[in-house]
Structure formats: structure tokens, C-alpha cells
Ligand binder design. Sequence first.
Ligand code: GDP
Length: 534
Amino acid sequence: MLDIAVNRPALPPEIARRRTFAIISHPDAGKTTLTEKFLLFGGAIQMAGQVRAKGEARRTRSDFMQMEKDRGISVSASAMSFDYKKFRFNLVDTPGHSDFSEDTYRTLTAVDAAVMVIDGAKGVESQTQKLFEVCRLRDLPILTFCNKMDRESRDTFEIIDEIQEMLAIDVTPASWPIGQGRDFIGCYDILRDRLELMDRADRNKVAESIEINGLDDPKLAQHVPAHLLEQLHEELEMARALLPKLDPQAVLEGHMTPIWFGSAINSFGVKELMEGIGKYGPEPQVQSAEPRQISPDETKVSGFVFKVQANMDPKHRDRVAFVRLASGHFQRGMKLTHVRSKKPMAISSPVLFLASDRELAEEAWAGDIIGIPNHGQLRIGDTLTEGEALRVTGIPSFAPELLQGVRAGDPMKAKHLEKALMQFAEEGAAKVFKPMIGSGFIVGVVGALQFEVLASRIELEYGLPVRFDGSQFTSARWVSGDKVAMDKFVNANKQHIAHDHDGDVVYLTRLQWDIDRVIRDYPELKLTATKEMM
Ligand code: GDP
């Protein structure tokens, strides 16, 4: 989908200054800390520590999940905007746990780049690798931050080798660490020939930055102890001989990642990384769509929903649809066409996710993420335009791999349960099937932990204790095709038929043999394991 801006005319400056990205990392590598420092340097918060504090407050307000705290995982993704120098950054948060990959995958369809954070002592970990593979599917440009350099870390060459080997991407050092663990004093900024010295005494203080006139500058010796300086010379010489030089085009194409070394908690290396995202990260990119792709500089506004979140504010039973603007200059109050229903929608109270809190968006540009409160009309994958019937493509839907039955603890509350389940189905948090025969629902998910998440959300948000239990079915297939054949098929297989939250027909079974039989007996029908998001 990414179209590198080689032969394209320059984007309008407001769009060209936008960098929309996500952070990918293994839990504990430092994503939250880095985010916090981004916001600090972006002027969005005054003091480090606020993101976490805010996180807790938000959780009690709307984020519901005791589990989230207990297990230290974050379930709900959000978006944040902040400025740094001439750039506007839009950081889209990805949920950290591997079980919530559906959400994460979709989030990554809304960004133009990813920052990969690794722990200098641990290197590439399992979750980093998984998320990296998703980025690779879209050739997303990746910038790497090797964190926790204030602690005992692995050898610099070893870290770089590991990334190159495990992720099959060229790595080029943007900075080089000086000293190790307790002796770590800072980095040599290779791209700008500067010496950055870390201040251990004040964690929020930005490093002292000294301009250096090449590696032979005698100024180096004034700041770097002789044995470390000698080591730096040797290592940089080796790096020059062994590692590729920064090639901005290769970065934009996703074949090369520049790596910065730093320590998020000490605010060290963070500004250099931000500069790097600005300078080497991509501008808003062309979006694939049907029947034609959408270029960010088109004057007409278009965008697509990549996430829906309900109950962000428990006082309102509203949903917020997160929309990535694909083109144009959006202004509050605009009427956009909801392409799926062909209906106009006045976007009167869009929300911008400024780090301080939700704020009303007066305007937004291609590349930005806005939140649109709505009552359920907006679904994941929906496209909004100024009238043209465009449909954004490439937002994945996943086959439910685990099925369970669900019942309300109190049978009188079945209607409430239905409402809760429908809402989660719309959010894309689960697939929900209502069997034709019998009562109750069948819920399909991709990872087992999602059942627990759903159970606690239903209890917390709807006050409904629920029980999940085994289902006689293990596979679900959406059925589409000729109406006559469909009616005949449904009537002959009532025990296996259910409807999803859109009312579409789903065939449930536990035997592959059944599926094969249906395909053979009903050539007019099509069975699919996923449903196209639209
Ligand atoms: P996340 O799970 O990726 O969001 O990681 P966090 O940002 O919550 O960080 C995990 C732990 O590592 C926390 O205890 C942080 O204080 C700590 N941490 C983050 N950055 C650094 C760093 O640069 N150096 C050290 N020593 N610890 C760090």
C-alpha cells in the first residue's frame, strides 16, 4: 500500500509535516515510558508520570479492566497527537498482549510507520517479532529505539546482528553508545556528529549535546574518558566497515531500520529519535481503496474507521469510531457520506486525541486520527468521503478460531446480554452468533484470553455476570450466494445455522467433513472463514 513519494508532487505543508506511527514492542521494553517522554517533549504534558497516573484515572473512569492492571496488559488502544519542532506526531497506541492481535493488526493499518522499542539487555523478543512481521506485510518503515542503555546491556554489534538476522532487515546505527551499564555516559550521534551526554541525576533533563567536528575533534577527549574514547573509535571504525550507511529511501521502503540507543526513563536519546521520525519517517501515504486509491493531497476529505470503542465514557452509551483521515482538510461540522449506507453524516463533535484529554477537533488533515462519537452506525472498515463511493481496502478480518457458548448468570437478563454482545461484535472484539435453534449465543474469538476480557467487560460495563462454556461447534463459516439455494440450505441445516450481528448467515460445525459436504452439495453457495469488513 505504501507508495514512496518519489514521483509525486510535494504534499501541502500541513500534511507533509504529519507523522502517524505506532510503537511496537514486547511488554516491559519501555513503550509507556517512551510515550510519556514523547508527550513531555511534545509539550503535551508538564511532568513525566502523568501518562500512567492518567491511565489509572481513565481506567477507573472507563477502562474497566481490573485484569488490565492485574496482568499489566493494556487492552484498549488510543491515539495521541503532539507537536515537536515543525512536525505533528500522531501516535496510535497498540495493545500490548499477544492475545489481542486482532485489534493490533487493525491499528497498524492506520499508521504510516512504526517505532520498534527493544530492551538493550533482551534484544528481539517474541512479541516484537510478531508485531514486526505484521508491519512487514505492509512494508511499513520501522525506526528502532534500543532502550535501557543505562543498565547492563548486550554488546552493540550483537544487538544489531540479532535484529538483522531475526527480522531480516538492514540495520544502520543512527547513534552509538559510549560505555556500558554503569559506565554508560551517552551516545555519539552519528547522523549529526554530536556527543550526547546522559544526566543520571535528573531523569527529565535533556542530555547535554555537544557539537563535534568529526571523531578526531579534541573536544571528545574533554568529555569522554580515554579508555571509552579508544573503544568508541574502534567500534565506529568497525561499524563503518561492517554496517550499511543510512539510506533514507531504503528506510521508507521498509528494508532498512536506523537504530538509536538511549534510555527512555532518563529522557536520553528520545529527542534524537523524535528528530529521526520527523526526518526519516514517512509523510502520510497513499491509501489503497476501491475502485481507486486515495492520495493524501486530494482536496476532498476521506477517511476510514480502524477501531470502534464503546463505553469510553460510561455516562454515555456512545461509541467512538477512530477514523484515520486518508485525504483532505477536515473541518468540524462537515457533512461526510457514510459510503456503506450511502447516508450523509454531519460530523459535529469530532474528537482529537490530544494527550491532555479528549478535545473537540476543529480541523484535521490527512494523516490525523479523529474520534467520531456515534450510536453504532460506524463500523470497522467503513469509509467516509465527500460523496464518492470509495471503499478503503486492506483492513483485515480474522477467522474466529475458538468458539464458546455464553449465558447470562441470571436468565432474566438475556436481553441485556444480547445488547452487550452485539456491541462487542460491532467493536470487533469478538464474533457473536445467534443460533437459529435454542437460546443463548455462541462467541468466536482468536485468542483464549479474549473470553476472559469479554466476561469482565460484560460484568463491569453492564453489571451482568456471565458464563462461558464449551460449544458443540468448533468452526464457523459465513455463507453467501444465490437466495434460493441459501433458503434450501438453511432449511435443511437448521441445527447448524446461526446469524451474526449483521444478520448474515453462518454455518457452524465441528467437522471439516461437514464443510466439504456443503461445498459439494451447494455449488451455488460460497463458504468463507472470515467476513470482509465493510
Ligand atoms: P512497557 O510495558 O513497554 O510499556 O514498559 P514500561 O514503559 O512500563 O517500562 C517497563 C519498566 O522498565 C518500568 O519499570 C520502567 O520504569 C522501566 N524502564 C523504562 N525505560 C527504562 C530505561 O531507560 N532504563 C531503565 N533502567 N528502566 C527503564
